[in-house]
Design a protein around this ligand. Structure first.
Ligand code: PLP
Length: 367
């Protein structure tokens, strides 16, 4: 029972496909496949703009969003609410952007008013770089409200890491006017790691025209040319993951996006209710708690490593520990992608047995 926030479990239908024989990635079958998968991904992203499939982990899409829109020294606002926000900022810094930091206390979300103030104070800022769903702390930024400020009031570029939210939480790319959204295969999409997806709107293309950062592997003009003129990718793609993705996208679209979002919300509520009923506390404010991953504070006196270890060894439940400064302070339960209430109930049944062994007496039984 793999309950980490990615890689997530894959449905058997997907795993069957991933083992199929190779095809020519410059041949007619691949052209049909990439066109089919791209069209379906656009439905999940709710976009009519360009969308490209990169062979990389999600971080590749984050890097691509930056190198295709910006130039060395460009002023940008990096809003971080956790470890992945810090990663996005580190990429911006690595490429020599002039970064204004907005670091929000972990466990909380970004305040659109603060973003407004920062943009007012520094009118030269070209782009706002932000995480939609912060996997390290289990919170979801209010991207609709943030976009109203960034796009509606200031019309800056808005680059978004949606790696643990796309396909799980509502994120209508075009309606919210997000210029670039990046995500990857191994979280909400229920396929193995290996592919990243990136939407790229018209304003992003305008920025591309003058963007001077070095780029090669992730040059989206090359991706656009290969996709539109040839039905290919510039470099050899992770063909097997395309096979699996074709099936998983069919499953998501057959369930219906609204139902997929509602299921994630229901499972998250179930998880939060159980955590609280047992007498444990949620790390994040419940008002902004993520519907894809729940962070639980490790009670005083409990050895978090031992807790996670016993869950794995004795109950075959694999939980995630904390990242960065949250190592030993929280554990996380992933409930995104291919996940059911039974999967989560098994987590709580196991916790009921393990918690007393690490010195914590649960207040209630697993529901
Ligand atoms: C998982 C994750 C990433 C990193 O993705 P990789 O595929 O490991 O490169 C980045 N941001 C968020 C919010 C994530 O959840």
């Amino acid at each position: 029972n793999l309950r980490i926030p990615g890689p997530t479990p894959c449905p058997p239908e997907v795993l069957d496909q991933v083992g199929e024989p190779m095809i020519n990635h410059r041949g007619p079958e691949f052209k049909v496949l990439i066109n089919s998968v791209t069209a379906k991904l656009k439905r999940v992203f709710q976009t009519r703009e360009d969308l490209f499939i990169l062979t990389s982990s999600g971080t590749g899409a984050m890097e691509a969003s930056i190198v295709n829109t910006l130039s060395p020294g460009d002023p940008v606002l990096c809003v971080s609410v956790g470890a992945f926000g810090d990663r996005y900022r580190a990429i911006a810094e690595a490429y020599g952007l002039n970064v204004t930091r907005m670091d929000v206390e972990w466990g909380k979300i970004a305040d659109p008013n603060e973003i407004r103030k920062a943009l007012k104070a520094n009118p030269a800022i070209k782009a706002v770089i932000i995480t939609h769903n912060e996997t390290s702390t289990g919170v979801t930024n209010d991207l609709a409200a943030i976009s109203k400020v960034v796009k509606g009031e200031f019309n800056k570029l808005l680059l978004v890491d949606a790696i643990s939210s796309m396909g799980c939480l509502p994120l209508p790319t075009d309606e919210w006017r997000i210029d670039v959204v990046g995500t990857s295969s191994q979280k909400g999409f229920m396929v193995p790691p290996g592919l990243a997806f990136i939407s790229f709107g018209q304003q992003a293309w305008q920025a591309y025209a003058s963007a001077k950062l070095p780029r090669n592997y992730f040059d989206l003009k090359a991706a656009k040319h290969y996709l539109e003129d040839l039905g290919q990718t510039p470099w050899t793609p992770a063909v097997s993951i395309f096979y699996g993705l074709d099936i998983s996208l069919d499953m998501m679209l057959a369930e219906g996006l609204e139902s997929v979002f509602a299921r994630h919300h229901r499972l998250a509520e179930y998880t939060r209710q159980n955590v609280k009923a047992m007498g444990l506390s949620l790390y994040a404010d419940e008002s902004c708690a993520a519907d894809t991953v729940t962070a639980v504070t490790i009670p005083e006196g409990v050895d978090g490593n031992r807790l996670v270890g016993l869950m794995r060894e004795e109950h075959n439940v694999v939980l995630a520990g904390g990242q960065g400064k949250l190592v030993g302070k929280i554990f996380r339960i992933g409930h995104l992608g291919h996940c059911s209430e039974e999967d989560l109930r098994a987590v709580f049944v196991a916790l009921e047995a393990v918690l007393p062994k690490v010195g914590f007496k649960p207040k209630a039984r697993a529901r």
